[in-house]
Write a protein that binds this ligand. Structure first.
Ligand code: PLP
Length: 395
């Protein structure tokens, strides 16, 4: 007899993965140029040159044991130190190597943090819709409960009244993701200050810290010069879960980190629990080669202007056709109101036109669909008549 929860997770396909597989099958049938696959958030721009150079340098000049051997459980001190230095220079923070725990990407970082903080069956984590659906899997697997605060439509900023109503003495943390998957919205300084003030007030009222978990794989993907405030500077009990999957276009290499700042309440205890969590989940020692590569790629990204061009192309054309959506400020998703109340039915109609869109029910936002525009711009151009024909069906 296997664990039934895990059996169900393993056999119930994610809607996004299912659509992605369907797209591959359909492309084999009718030609890849006739399928408009907007299902998955796989970066479409190449990793910056520094990645290739750093890999060549590492494999050419390092001895095999240093390169391919185990690193410290929490990651190389040199890598963690380089990240601290980069963040300190960029955001005027005061981090050091021992604030960081290297991981296999943001998914691992989140799992580690939820396990580290949770007293099973007691704690709750709040997230704000629309949210990355895997939060539910990760939080529940840690033995906590995920509480979803409804979206603030139409601009997908924080609905503070709903958030305040959801906070209770059981709240261990609030998860925020800005720039956001799937809405593309960014929380500006005013919002962040208001959030910090609310969490401080409620922490004082409950007599324990409410941690803010800043899930930031899209931090660098922001357009038109919009600033993404660095949350540890506004709220001391912030823990950051970061990943290089999107900024360096390295999702398959599985590299990221957890940041536990000194200012956080019980910082050293949390860091120790993060180490214990990594140990108990079997996540010690993130990929060694990519830890070395990161040191040479601090502050670099792929050519993000390509995503901005895609955003402009898609947003401009879809709004002209009558689709309702908020102009994304960052990440690489367009969040569009379905043209009928049932987003899944709308996505089925889109599928008949070989447009692969994801219904946002799993993101906590029924009636909307997510379009991932980390794709070739040519595919967007080819897809426009299909979007037009789809809209025409509802006129
Ligand atoms: N958090 C968000 C909001 C994401 O969109 C993703 C991936 O798409 C992740 C976490 C997981 O990222 P990683 O590939 O680094 O595990």
């Amino acid at each position: 007899m296997v664990n039934q929860n895990l059996y169900e997770l393993g056999t119930k396909p994610s809607a996004i993965r299912e659509l992605f597989e369907y797209g591959k099958k359909k492309a084999a049938e009718i030609g890849a140029e006739n399928v408009y696959d907007f299902s998955i958030g796989n970066p479409s721009i190449p990793a910056p040159e520094c990645v290739k150079e750093a890999i060549i340098d590492a494999v050419s000049n390092m001895d095999s044991i240093s390169l391919h051997g185990y690193t410290s459980a929490q990651g190389d001190a040199a890598t963690r130190g380089a990240i601290a230095e980069y963040l300190n220079q960029t955001y005027q923070t005061n981090f050091h190597a021992d604030n960081f725990y290297m991981t296999c990407g943001a998914a691992a970082s989140l799992c580690i943090v939820f396990h580290a903080l949770t007293t099973p069956e007691q704690d709750e984590f709040i997230t704000i819709a629309p949210f990355f659906p895997e939060y539910r899997v990760f939080v529940e697997n840690a033995g906590a409960k995920l509480v979803v605060v409804s979206a603030d439509i139409p601009d997908f900023q924080i609905n503070f009244a709903a958030l305040e109503a959801a906070l209770t003495p059981k709240t261990k943390g609030v998860i925020v993701n800005s720039p956001n998957n799937p809405s593309g919205s960014i929380y500006g300084e005013e919002t962040v200050k208001k959030l910090a003030a609310l969490l401080e007030k409620k922490s004082a009222e409950y007599g324990h810290a409410i941690y803010l978990i800043a899930d930031e794989p899209y931090r660098e993907i922001a357009y038109d010069g919009v600033e993404v405030p660095y949350l540890t500077k506004y709220y001391k009990n912030t823990l950051v879960t970061y990943s290089y999957s999107k900024s360096l276009s390295l999702p398959g290499e599985r590299i990221g980190y957890v940041l536990v700042p000194d200012e956080a309440e019980e910082s050293r205890e949390i860091y120790a629990a993060v180490c214990g969590s990594g140990r108990s989940l079997g996540y010690v020692c993130a990929p060694s080669l990519f830890q070395k590569v990161l040191v040479k790629c601090m502050g670099q990204t792929g050519d993000i202007s390509e995503y901005q061009k895609n955003r402009d192309l898609l947003y401009g054309n879809l709004t002209k056709m009558g689709y309702e959506c908020v102009r994304p400020q960052g990440a690489f998703y367009l969040f569009v109101k379905a043209l009928e109340p049932d987003a899944a039915a709308f996505c089925e109609k889109a599928k008949e036109k070989n447009l692969l869109l994801v219904a946002a029910d799993g993101f906590g936002c029924p009636g909307y669909v997510r379009i991932s525009y980390c794709v070739d711009g040519e595919m967007i151009r080819r897809s426009l008549p299909a979007f037009e024909a789809l809209a025409a069906e509802y006129k």
